[in-house]
Write a protein that binds this ligand. Structure first.
Ligand SMILES: Cc1ncc(COP(=O)(O)O)c(C=O)c1O
Length: 367
């Protein structure tokens, strides 16, 4: 294969890595069984490994990748993790803590000093930046340096930034995790996760976990993710431009009380984001006046923008994250709406948001 996840550049060879459907392989080759590897999965891993700067392993979902990382840790290991991060990760950590598998210290990852203090005796620092859904920015450079100087592994969930905007491995992180379900796949039609690392010992342990626990990605999903990866640069440029325009317009909307977007100069992490990422990305969130029901009404009133969970696809999605109890517990305000901005015409998106923000839930009738 070439570095781009394509078959060798010989005459007559298909341009793209084909979908190889195989649970088993003839004996005495490099791969024996489908839980250990697959040529289509390997093509995706090759391309993503080159882009992120390490060895990539693909998993059946982002959460499966996160779980595999945690499984590499010894029993009782101390994990320092953000209070505000993707709630599935928070739940997984809480779950592992409850059964005594891990000792989890939660911190505000945007407060650098608090994180540094918590590193004492830790095995792993888990970071997510920007965070989902509050778009908080952790100072990756300082935190990675602090952790590495104490031999603490650092894993960064790079899902929102994508490898095209932020490269934590180049900053010294042990590994990067992506829900490739999001921007890498880009079309809301697959589930897949990846871990990329430049640390051989860590990668070997992770690969062993994947073989034993069975979390490898399927070949069809890997094919779609690699196909999506090839257009990530243009999709992201367009979606990010759209997000910037929408964020600027939302700031001036009378019903909007706060906009969370690291591309706005008054965002608390603006300077750090500019220093560690080459762009603010395509996810924003905003709060409106009123109640949770008012915010739900906005989601239900959109016509072009789809009321749905998830992010990173070509289509714009909106969701009130506090509809999930775990998000409320993680600090998501009741009227916060997360928008995953897609690649539609930005004025069409704005007109849709404007008309949806004009709606309120129907007034209660009767006494
Ligand atoms: C930042 C982040 N990390 C991890 C995940 C989990 O990924 P998956 O849904 O592919 O399991 C998500 C899902 O929304 C996410 O937003």
């Amino acid at each position: 294969m070439t570095a781009l996840g394509r078959p060798a550049a010989d005459s007559g060879v298909p341009l793209n890595a084909p979908i190889v459907l195989a649970s088993t392989y003839r004996a005495d080759g490099n791969t024996a069984y489908g839980r250990d590897g697959n040529p289509t999965v390997a093509a995706l891993e090759e391309a993503l490994g080159v882009i992120e700067g390490g060895t990539c392993l693909a998993f059946s979902s982002g959460m499966s990748a996160v779980a595999a990382v945690l499984e590499t840790l010894p029993g009782g290991a101390v994990v320092v993790a953000p209070k505000v991060c993707y709630f599935g990760v928070g739940e997984l950590l809480a779950d592992r803590a409850k059964v005594g598998r891990l000792d989890v210290r939660t911190v505000d990852a945007t407060h650098t000093d608090e994180v540094v203090v918590a590193l004492d005796g830790a095995s792993l620092l888990w970071l997510e930046s920007p965070t989902n859904p509050l778009l908080g920015i952790a100072d990756l450079r300082i935190l990675i340096d602090a952790a590495r100087s104490q031999n603490v592994l650092v894993v960064v969930d790079n899902t929102l930034a994508t490898p095209l905007r932020q490269q934590p491995i180049a900053l010294g992180a042990t590994a990067v995790v992506h829900s490739a379900t999001k921007f890498i796949g880009g079309h809301s039609d697959l589930l897949l996760g990846v871990v990329v690392s430049g640390d051989r010992v860590f990668t070997d342990a992770l690969e062993q976990r994947r073989s034993i626990d069975g979390g490898i990605a399927g070949p069809f999903e890997a094919y779609l993710a690699l196909r999506g990866l090839r257009t990530l640069a243009v999709r992201l440029d367009r979606a990010e431009q759209n997000a910037t325009v929408l964020a600027q317009r939302l700031v001036r909307h009378p019903r909007v009380t706060r906009v969370h977007y690291p591309g706005l100069p008054d965002h608390p992490g603006y300077e750090i984001s500019k220093a560690q990422a080459s762009g603010p990305g395509a996810i924003l969130s905003f709060e409106i006046d009123g109640t949770g029901d008012d915010a739900e009404a906005v989601c239900n009133a959109t016509r072009l923008i789809v009321h749905a969970t998830s992010l990173g696809g070509v289509e714009t999605l909106i969701e009130r994250r506090a509809r999930y109890p775990s998000e409320v517990a993680a600090g998501s305000p009741a009227t916060l709406l997360r928008v995953s901005v897609g690649i539609e015409d930005v004025d069409d998106l704005w007109h849709d948001l404007e008309q949806a923000l004009g709606q309120r839930p129907s007034e209660p009738t009767g006494a």
